[in-house]
Ligand binder design. Sequence first.
Ligand code: SF4
Length: 348
Amino acid sequence: MTATNLETIVKALKEYDGDEVRIMEVCGTHTAAISENGIPSILSPKIKLISGPGCPVCVTVTAVIDKLVELSKQDNTTVLTFGDLIRVKGTDKSLADAKAEGASVKMVYSPMETIKLAKEHPDHTFVFAAIGFETTTPVYAMVIEEAMRENIKNLKLLTSLKTMPEVIRWVVNNGGGVDGFIAPGHVAAVTGSNIFKQLSDELNIPFVVSGFEGGQLLMTIYALVSMKGKSGIRNLYKSVVTNEGNLKAKELVNKYFEPSDSSWRGMGKIKGSGMVLREKYREFDAGSIGLDEDHMPKGCSCASVLVGKVKPYECPLFGKNCTPDNAHGACMVSTEGSCYNYFVSGRR
Ligand code: SF4
C-alpha cells in the first residue's frame, strides 16, 4: 500500500483485503482518541485494533491501592492523589471508600500543590500517590527536587511507576499476536523514538510514533499495515517527539529514580519494568517496595483486556454490572481505560 493523501489512505484502509493485521495502541490516550474519532468503523474487518496496557491506573495492582488506603487511615496522614485513582478498588475498598469512612484523602490538580500543603502543615504527613509511566515520572522527580530545595520532610511518595519497553516486550513474548505497534506519543516525547527503534529491531515488528489527532492516527495505521512483517520505525509526531527525547526530563528522572522490577495487573512481575526512588532518596518513600499482590474484583476480566486477549465488550459484566457510573474494575474507572472508552464510544 502506498498513498500520501488522507482521502486515499481512508479508501485504502476501508478496502484492505490482504492478510489480517493486528495493531496495538499501547497508550490509553490513543485508545481514547481512536474511540472518539470513530476510527475502528472506518477500517476493513481485516485490520484489527487492540488496546494495550497503557492506562496507568488500570495496570496498578491492588497491593498499591491497599497500601494507600492503609496510609490514609493513619493518624496525622493524608494521601494525595490525581483524579481517577481515587475510585479504583483495592482488595476491599477504594480511596473514595476509605474517605467516606473518615480516612484522609485529597485530590490534587498539580504536583506543586503537594509542596504547598506540606509547607503549610509541617506537622502533618502527606503521601503523594505517584502512579504513571515515563510521561509523569519527571513530574514526581520535580516534586522531590523541590522538597529537597525547601527542606520539606513531611512529604513522601508511594510509587507505582512503570516503563513501556519491557511491557511491550512482555506482550509480544506472551502470545500477543501483534503485527505492529502505535508507539505511545506522550511517552515517546520524553524517551525519544530511538527506544522504539531498538525494540522494533529486536522484536522484528514495526512501530509508528503517532500524535492524537484522527488524521494522523489513520496515517499511522496505514503505515503499520504497509510495514507488516518487517521491522522499522516511523515518526509521524516529529513536532513533539525527537530521536533522543527530552534530555532534561530524562536527566532529572535518572537523578532520583532507578529501574526496578514491577508488578502489572494481568502480567505479574516484569523485570526492569518500573522505577523506584534511588536508595539515597528513600527517606521520601512511603513503602513502595514489594507491593506485588493483585486481587482483581470478582468477575472482572481487566487482566485479559489489558493485554488484548479479550475485548472489553467480551467481559460478561461490561455494560451490565460495570459501567462508568458504577465501575466494577479499574479499566472502566479511568478515562484512559479500554472498558471506559469502548463503553462511551460504542466501539467494537
Ligand atoms: Fe472489568 Fe468492568 Fe472491564 Fe469487565 S467491563 S473487564 S468488570 S472493568
